[in-house]
Design a protein around this ligand. Structure first.
Ligand SMILES: Nc1ncnc2c1ncn2[C@@H]1O[C@H](COP(=O)(O)OP(=O)(O)OP(=O)(O)O)[C@@H](O)[C@H]1O
Length: 297
């Protein structure tokens, strides 16, 4: 099979029930090798529950789950070595130094080297890749929140995972660190070797990084596709704003080029401050969630 077509994540009819409440219902999606998938949804939608089931940290109530060809509920250490996890928050090893903790954790992966994937990732190279050069000898408790988050990502990557789970990876990062993190993810994804599943509440981030967006709401998948596909499903309309003789106008249209052309033909230089705004993933997301919640009522 062509590796680009290899299905790395295969989830079908996944259900999770706590007591008498279903928090995941009939969740079905797939990811192919090298894809970056963003799992979006309101607080309590079931994102962390889904990810933790895929990581093998929670037992599902029903459904079929295959991750790198195995059922995470019965996974082996070999399987675990191929997976990287960055949790929402992880506070530990405060007295350890950055290089030390990465070398130590990395050592666990040495036995899982394959011809295709040498393990672990060299500590200093990894420290450079996540932008922590200069902090390698610092104790972890001396790092800032953002530096700590970069270390979390490095810990997730130290075993050179084939599949990486990132739960809100950029929460608390400053804009520069966020951009550097985005470049790191793009680099990993660019090699088409690492499949990435990330959750985020930052829709701009999802749009930038993910080839596919899966939206969960109330434990169900309400949308699955590229950002463009989802946008087309919802509105397909652009918003055009302009001023005419100083007065402001706004109109939604499916053909902003024709509207703008018409405006200039009719009013020429009297048009000022022209702006065409295509619907963002945020507009689409909010519309989809509103629609799903309206239907559920
Ligand atoms: N151990 C548990 N027992 C009972 N209910 C739980 C348990 N863990 C999670 N839940 C419930 O399951 C639902 C989904 O929670 P989950 O943490 O997966 O949501 P999420 O989409 O990750 O939310 P957030 O964006 O806030 O992180 C929530 O209603 C939550 O209260």
């Amino acid at each position: 099979m062509n590796t680009a077509e290899e299905v790395v994540l295969d989830v079908e009819g996944l259900r999770m029930r706590y007591g008498t409440t279903d928090v995941l219902r009939e969740v079905t999606f797939r990811a192919r090798r090298g894809e970056v998938l963003a799992l979006l949804g309101p607080n309590g939608a079931g994102k962390t529950t889904t990810i933790e089931i895929l990581e093998g940290f929670r037992m599902r109530s029903a459904g079929r789950v295959s991750v790198l060809g195995a059922d995470p509920a019965h996974a082996t250490e070999d399987w675990r070595a191929r997976i990287g996890v960055v949790l929402q928050s992880w506070r530990d090893h405060g007295k350890w130094r950055v290089r030390e903790v990465l070398a130590h954790l990395g050592a666990f992966y040495a036995g899982y080297t394959t011809e295709r994937v040498p393990r672990p990732w060299d500590a200093d190279e990894l420290i450079a890749a996540v932008g922590l050069t200069g902090h390698a000898d610092k104790k972890i408790r001396m790092l800032s929140g953002g530096q700590r988050r970069r270390l979390d990502v490095a810990i997730g990557l130290v075993g050179r995972p084939e599949l990486l789970f990132l739960d809100e990876p950029t929460a608390g990062l400053d804009p520069q660190a966020r951009r550097e993190f985005h470049e790191l993810v793009r680099g990993l994804a660019g090699s088409r070797e690492t499949t990435i599943l990330l959750t985020t509440h930052d829709l701009d981030e999802a749009e930038k990084l993910a080839g596919r967006i899966v939206i969960l709401d109330g434990g169900r998948i309400i949308a699955d596709g590229t950002a463009e596909e989802l946008a087309r499903r919802i509105t397909g309309e652009d918003e055009v704003r302009w001023t005419l003789d100083g007065q402001r106008f706004t109109r939604s249209t499916r053909d902003s080029t024709a509207l703008v052309f018409d405006l200039f033909e009719r009013h020429g230089r009297r048009i000022g401050e022209l702006e065409v705004r295509r619907s963002s993933l945020e507009d689409t997301y909010l519309a989809l969630v509103r629609q799903a919640e309206g239907a559920a009522r």
